[in-house]
Design a protein around this ligand. Structure first.
Ligand code: FES
Length: 102
């Protein structure tokens, strides 16, 4: 995945919030205020957010609006947070693929 760098002539200019850095599994990635954790992770090429409880299959963004719980990650040590509805904040620590106790 990637971020759109330039809008077309037919669309309004892209306006992003202030740049922030979050860490996903210890790796710093670029994000912008106003983005969700899921958007920043996908823009950085991270597609696996966690693994399914029984079969350990990779799970990622599905509904993108907080309904399906497919995008669960650990944020600042708090398990099972929905990445698709959580806005980024400077210095956030995200962990993927943790065993989730639901
Ligand atoms: S993608 Fe469905 S709850 Fe996040």
């Amino acid at each position: 995945m990637f971020r759109i760098k330039k809008s077309s002539d037919m669309l309004p200019a892209i306006q992003r919030g202030k740049p922030v850095t979050i860490h996903v599994d210890g790796k710093p990635i670029e994000a912008y205020q106003g983005e969700t954790v899921a958007a920043a992770m996908l823009a950085a090429g991270i597609r696996t957010f966690h693994k399914s409880h029984k079969q350990k299959q990779p799970r990622s963004l599905y509904c993108g609006m907080g309904i399906c719980y497919e995008c669960l990650v650990t944020i600042n040590g708090v398990h099972a947070q929905r990445a698709c509805i959580t806005p980024v904040k400077q210095g956030m620590q995200i962990e993927t693929c943790k065993e989730l106790e639901l």
